[in-house]
Design a protein around this ligand. Structure first.
Ligand SMILES: NC(=O)c1ccc[n+]([C@@H]2O[C@H](COP(=O)([O-])OP(=O)(O)OC[C@H]3O[C@@H](n4cnc5c(N)ncnc54)[C@H](OP(=O)(O)O)[C@@H]3O)[C@@H](O)[C@H]2O)c1
Length: 230
């Protein structure tokens, strides 16, 4: 099952992966479309694994999503949060982070409050830290699932640019391995991986208080609740 931002990108994805069962379309800069995406996905039942991969890096200053929230935050942080909450709980969840998360703000002080969301100074690094915090929160709260974060390295994708020094294959092999492998090393939860090895993430991501603050802020902004009892 694939996901693309619009019908045209969906057709391109389908052409590249003809074996895919379906391509679901949703623009993750719209919280409403993200919610609808979760419903569409749930119509196919429970997934074995979900890779939260979509992300944006360089966006125009003050760029916002459909509901007026900062684009970086909506696509990189809130979309994986909402999809995690609203999709039926899969066996494995993989969240794409970045080495840049180390420069993120663990105090979560740059997050937009609902009332003055356009004033947020949230950075790409913040959002990639959010992805690690989310992965660690899910790992702690959903004992029956395996949740991990991945730093793919600086790889030559559209985001990474042609001059990126790391290897493109290495940029995706870890998340695929975590999604499908029966290796004992892949059947773990609550880790941050780089090139199929556990790596050190910002310690704050493991702090239950930081995780709970992040989940509460996301719930405040989206109205979507993370159900621990699932
Ligand atoms: N490349 C790197 O060096 C690097 C390093 C560290 C972390 N990462 C992380 O790795 C993940 C994948 O990045 P990438 O390098 O593959 O970047 P990419 O080539 O730019 O791909 C990003 C993907 O996200 C999709 N996307 C962006 N905004 C969207 C929206 N509003 N709605 C739906 N889909 C949207 C893009 O769709 P379109 O193609 O239609 O735009 C694209 O498929 C990201 O989370 C990124 O933060 C990448």
């Amino acid at each position: 099952m694939l996901h693309a931002r619009n019908a045209e990108r969906g057709k391109q994805a389908r052409d590249r992966v003809p074996g895919a069962e379906e391509v679901l379309v949703a623009d993750l800069s719209s919280m409403e479309e993200t919610k609808a995406l979760a419903s569409k996905a749930n119509a196919f039942g429970t997934f074995d694994a979900v890779i939260h991969n979509a992300g944006v890096y360089q966006v125009p200053r003050n760029a916002v999503g459909a509901e007026g929230l900062p684009l970086l935050f909506v696509v990189n942080s809130l979309a994986p949060y909402m999809l995690t909450c609203l999709m039926q709980k899969p066996e494995r969840l993989i969240y794409l982070s970045s080495g840049m998360h180390l420069q993120g703000d663990p105090g979560l002080d740059r997050l937009p409050a609902p009332a003055h969301n356009r004033d947020s100074r949230v950075t790409y690094s913040d959002t990639k830290l959010h992805d690690v915090i989310l992965a660690m929160a899910v790992a702690r709260k959903w004992k029956g699932a395996l949740a991990n974060a991945v730093n793919p390295g600086w790889v030559p994708t559209k985001m990474g640019g042609a001059g990126a020094p790391d290897n493109l294959e290495k940029g995706f092999e870890t998340q695929v391995w975590l999604a499908v492998s029966d290796d004992a090393e892949a059947r773990v939860s609550g880790y941050y991986f780089h090139h199929k090895r556990q790596a050190r993430c910002l310690p704050a991501a493991h702090d239950p208080a930081v995780q709970d603050k992040f989940l509460a802020l996301c719930e405040q902004v989206t109205g979507v609740h993370f159900d621990e009892s699932q």
